[in-house]
Design a protein around this ligand. Structure first.
Ligand code: MSP
Length: 511
C-alpha cells in the first residue's frame, strides 16, 4: 500500500509563483514525513498544459503550444529541483501516456451511458477555464478571481451526466474526513444542495487539447483531461500504462492538496467522473487558503507578486519553508509580510534553535573535553525528557492530521522550553564548584539530547537545517534505522565527539 499525495497540476501559462511553491512545499513536507514514518509514498506533481488559456498564451508569443509547454514545464522541473522537492512523479498532460489514459477513461464513462451531445451557453472565464454561475447578477461580468471580462460561449459540446451522481456525491461530501478544512466542506455542501447540473467536457473551438475519440473537431475540456493526470501519473514508466495499472499501483489518492479556488472540481466533478468509470474516489481533498502580500491579494496587475526565485536566492529555501509552514495555518489565507518574515526566522531559527545548539555545544566542548558528557551518574533530572515525549506525541498527532503549523510549533515549544531549562539550571554557575560535575553533565546531556530530537523533528520540514544540527551533534542520525524510534529519549551517546560549533543559520536583516 502506498500513500499517494498530489499537488494540483499547474497551468503552464507562466512560471511558478509563490502560490504554487506554497502548495508544493506543503506536499513535500507531508511526503517526507510519511516516508520517515515508514510508508511507501507516491508524491505526484506536474503541469496542466492544454486548453484555451495555454493556446492563447502560446499564440501571443508566436510559438507552437507544444514549444511553449516544453519551455515552461522545464522551468517547473528546474524550480522543483531548486526547492528540493522530493516528488516521485511529474506528470505532463501533453504526454502520450496521459493521452491514452484520458482516451480509455472516456470510453469507460461513455459505456456507463454518462455522455451526451448538447448545447453549452454561458459566460466563461479563460483564466479559470470554467463557466461561471449566475454572472448576470454581477454588474461587471468579470471573473472575481481574475478580474477579467468573461466571454460568452454558445456551442455544441459533449456533456457529462453529473446530475446522475447527486446522491452519491452528497453521501461523499457529508463524510467529515473527505473535505478539509470543515469550513470549506460547508461551502461544497451548500453548492451541491442546490442540485448538480451536467457539465460540458468537450470544446469545438480549442485545437490545443486531446481529441475526443470518434467525435470530429472536439477536444476534451481541459479540466476533464487534467484531473486524469493524477491517475496517469501513477502508471507512468510502467510498460503498460493503463487505468488498471494505476489502480493496481496506488490509486486512489490519499490526499489531493489544492487551493480553495479549485475545490469544486476536486470534491464534486472529479469523484463523479471516477464513479462513472467504476473507479475509487480520492480519500481526502484539502483546500488550503490563498497567500496575500502585506494584506493585499498577490497579482500581476497590482505589481506585488513575490518572485519565489528572488526569495530563494536572498533568504534560502529553509527560511521560506519555515515561514510558510509554521506561520500559516493550513486552510487559512496567509499574509507574507517582510518584517514578520525576518523576525520569525531570527527568533525561531537563529536564536531559539541555533543559539541553543551553539552555546550548549560550546559549553560541552569546554567542560567535557570536546565531547557529549556522561549522564549515567547519580542525579537523573527527567523534566526535559518528559516534556520532549509530550511534544513528540503532539507533533505526530498534528502531522497526521495535516496541521503542519501546529507540528512546527510543537518542535519550537520544545526548543523554547529547553532554553528555559538551561537558563534556570545555570550550569555555567554550577560548574565553578567541582562537586557539581555530575549535575552539570546531566543538564548538558539533557539539553543536547533535546536538541537532537528538535533536529529530527525538523527533518520533514527543514531537511537542510536538520542535517546541519545533526552534523553539529556528531552525525548521529542513522538513515537506515527507524526515524520514529530515534525520536525516543536517550540515544545521544556520551563521550561522542562534538565538532567545532558553526552557526546553522545566518540572521536576516530588515530591508
Ligand atoms: N490547472 C489547474 C489545476 C488542475 S489540477 C488537476 C489550476 N492551476 S493553477 O496553476 O491556476 O493553480 C494551481 C494552484 O495554485 C491552485 O490550487 C491555486 O489555488 C493555487 N494558487 C494560485 N494562486 C495562489 C495564491 N496566491 N496562494 C496560494 N495558492 C494559490 O488551477
Amino acid at each position: 500500500m502506498s500513500f499517494v499525495i498530489t499537488t494540483p497540476l499547474y497551468y503552464v501559462n507562466d512560471k511558478p509563483h509563490l502560490g504554487s511553491i506554497y502548495t508544493t512545499l506543503i506536499c513535500d513536507s507531508i511526503a517526507r514525513y510519511k516516508r520517515l514514518s515508514g510508508e511507501k509514498v507516491i508524491f505526484i506533481t506536474g503541469v496542466d498544459e492544454h486548453g484555451l488559456k495555454i493556446q492563447r498564451t502560446a499564440s501571443n508569443k508566436n510559438v507552437k503550444p507544444q514549444v511553449h509547454c516544453d519551455e515552461i514545464s522545464n522551468i517547473f522541473i528546474q524550480n522543483w529541483r531548486d526547492w528540493d522537492i522530493t516528488y516521485n512523479k511529474f506528470v505532463r498532460t501533453s504526454s502520450k501516456n496521459h493521452e491514452s489514459i484520458v482516451d480509455e477513461f472516456y470510453r469507460r464513462v461513455k459505456k456507463s451511458d454518462d455522455i451526451y451531445m448538447g448545447v453549452q451557453k454561458g459566460w466563461y472565464c479563460v483564466g479559470c477555464e470554467e463557466f461561471k454561475d449566475n454572472p448576470e447578477n454581477s454588474p461587471t461580468q468579470k471573473c472575481p478571481i481574475h478580474q477579467k471580462t468573461l466571454e460568452w460561449k454558445n456551442e455544441e459540446n459533449l456533456f457529462f451526466k453529473l446530475s446522475k451522481y447527486q446522491s452519491q456525491i452528497e453521501d461523499l461530501i457529508n463524510k467529515p474526513s473527505f473535505i478539509q478544512p470543515k469550513e470549506r466542506r460547508n461551502e461544497i455542501i451548500n453548492f451541491v444542495s442546490k442540485g448538480l447540473k451536467d457539465f460540458s467536457i468537450s470544446r469545438t473551438n480549442v485545437s490545443w487539447g486531446i481529441p475526443v475519440p470518434d467525435t470530429k473537431n472536439h477536444t476534451f475540456y481541459v479540466w476533464f483531461d487534467a484531473l486524469l493526470g493524477y491517475v496517469s501519473a501513477i502508471s507512468q514508466n510502467f510498460s503498460n500504462p493503463s487505468l488498471e495499472t494505476s489502480i493496481n499501483n496506488g490509486w486512489p489518492a490519499d490526499i489531493h492538496l489544492i487551493g480553495k479556488d479549485i475545490l469544486r472540481f476536486h470534491s464534486v466533478y472529479w469523484p463523479a467522473m471516477l464513479l462513472s468509470a467504476g473507479m475509487k474516489v480520492p480519500k481526502k481533498v484539502f483546500g488550503h487558503g490563498f497567500l496575500t502580500r502585506e494584506g493585499q491579494k498577490m497579482g500581476k496587475s497590482l505589481g506585488n507578486v513575490l518572485d519565489p526565485n528572488l526569495l530563494l536566492s536572498k533568504y534560502g529555501k529553509e527560511a521560506v519553508r519555515w515561514y510558510l509552514l509554521k506561520d500559516i495555518t493550513l486552510g487559512n489565507d496567509g499574509d507574507f509580510q517582510n518584517r514578520r518574515f525576518v523576525d520569525i526566522i531570527n527568533n525561531d531559527l537563529a536564536n531559539t534553535i541555533g543559539n541553543l545548539l551553539n552555546r550548549t555545544s560550546s559549553m560541552s566542548r569546554k567542560w567535557f573535553n570536546n565531547k557529549v558528557p556522561n549522564n549515567e551518574d547519580l542525579i537523573i533530572d527527567n523534566t526535559l525528557e518528559l516534556y520532549s515525549k509530550e511534544k513528540v506525541n503532539n507533533y505526530i498527532k498534528h502531522f497526521n492530521s495535516y496541521t503542519l503549523d501546529l507540528a512546527a510549533n510543537d518542535l519550537l515549544d520544545l526548543a523554547i522550553n529547553t532554553n528555559l531549562y538551561l537558563n534556570e539550571k545555570q550550569p555555567w554557575t554550577l560548574i565553578k564548584d567541582k562537586n557539581n560535575i555530575s549535575l552539570v553533565s546531566n543538564i548538558i546531556y539533557n539539553v543536547l539530547e533535546s536538541i537532537r530530537i528538535i533536529g529530527l523533528l525538523l527533518l520533514p520540514i527543514l531537511p537542510d537545517l536538520s542535517s546541519k544540527i545533526d552534523i553539529q551533534l556528531g552525525s548521529i542520525y542513522d538513515k537506515n534505522k527507524s526515524w520514529i524510534e530515534q525520536l525516543n529519549w536517550g540515544i545521544l551517546k556520551h563521550e561522542s565527539i562534538l565538532p567545532i560549533p558553526n552557526p546553522i543559520i545566518e540572521k536576516l536583516e530588515y530591508e
